[in-house]
Design a protein around this ligand. Structure first.
Ligand code: 8YV
Length: 325
């Protein structure tokens, strides 16, 4: 009997085809969110799950003696997993690092540019038929090249954004991170470590790329936003909850900062309505890794983690280590 695998969301059929030799696959094709109850019931009936960032795996979902042996997240971030609880209950966790780094950095930079140069705001104006003549200050935004790029959270994606800023746009790159990078890595992305306060006060464009955790919750709240320059841009491609969205909406409304670009939101897909009411924010629906090639690579890596673990007890990119298989 093959182990039973739940694929929580629609994914590429070609990837499903690579799983059917090893697993009896239940592929959820419904484009509707699971309720907590249906999700818990589905997990209880499967040996493995291929999840996305919206699908929680924790002690409550797993119950006391889970049938589940593994959850493979199709995401590099894994704040939807309670990894210590999974380890205690004998459930392996994996994620999809590396395959999305450059694509996500491309998007972070695109969002920075769209925000600084007011691209969506000006497009709305044009579409609304309001463009009557040239004006010297029409949608005049902030300079990108040669300005100071601040990066909060300097993992793989942060470093890839730093390289784009330093090498492509001649930016002065500063970063803050839990720990300072080694000198060779700093040199490779031409970035200089500073404390958080200096980063907030100095950055012309501040990009958030840190993982979400209890410690990083509201890392950018009213007090932090107040330290930024009134001309600055804030970009969040990390996770909702790292920014206090309500405080950000107020800061944008009061022009305490110039603009924000947000790909992630507190409580997404719901949005703080105050964000929809301010013009100086670019909003995208959590698509930073969304190219066809990268999404395929993420799905395949999640699938390969599952087949490797069930074949030989060794996942490719595990997040925890279990005593026995
Ligand atoms: C995913 C992401 O699209 O990898 C991550 O951490 O945020 C995105 O690439 C999303 O989490 C769905 O799994």
């Amino acid at each position: 009997m093959k182990p039973k695998l739940l694929v929580a969301r629609p994914i590429f059929q070609t990837v499903i085809d690579t799983l059917t030799d090893t697993f009896e696959v239940t592929h959820n094709q419904a484009d509707v969110p699971w309720t907590p109850d249906t999700w818990q019931q589905a997990i209880a009936q499967h040996d493995a799950a291929l999840t996305t960032g919206s699908d929680p795996i924790n002690a409550k979902v797993l119950g006391l003696q889970p049938k589940l042996k593994m959850a493979a997240n199709m995401a590099v971030g894994f704040n939807n997993f309670d990894v210590p609880a999974m380890t205690a209950l004998g459930v392996l966790a994996s994620n999809t690092p590396d395959v999305l780094t450059e694509t996500t950095a491309d998007f972070g930079f695109a969002l920075l540019m769209a925000t600084a140069r007011r691209m969506t705001e000006s497009e709305h104006y044009l579409r609304a038929g309001q463009w009557k003549q040239w004006r010297y200050d029409m949608f005049a935004g902030a300079e990108v090249h040669g300005s100071t790029l601040g990066i909060l959270g300097m993992g793989r994606i942060g470093q890839a954004i730093a390289r784009r800023g330093a090498l492509g746009f001649g930016m002065n790159v500063l970063y803050h991170n839990r720990s300072q990078l080694d000198a060779a890595t700093e040199a490779s992305c031409q970035a200089r470590y500073v404390d958080k306060e200096t980063l907030l006060k100095t950055a012309d464009h501040l990009v958030l790329v840190l993982p979400y955790s209890a410690e990083s919750h509201h890392a950018m709240g009213a007090a932090e936003l107040a330290q930024m320059k009134p001309t600055a841009t804030l970009v969040n491609i990390a996770r909702g909850g790292i920014v206090d969205d309500a405080a950000l909406a107020v800061a944008l409304q009061n022009r305490q900062i110039a603009a924000a670009g947000l790909d992630v939101f507190e409580g997404e897909p719901a949005l703080n309505p105050a964000l929809l009411a301010v013009p100086n924010v670019v909003l995208t629906p959590h698509i930073a890794s969304a190219t066809v090639k990268t999404r395929l690579a993420m799905a395949q890596l999640a699938a390969d983690n599952l087949t490797a673990y069930f074949a030989n007890g060794k996942a490719l990119t595990p997040l925890n280590a279990l005593a026995t298989f």
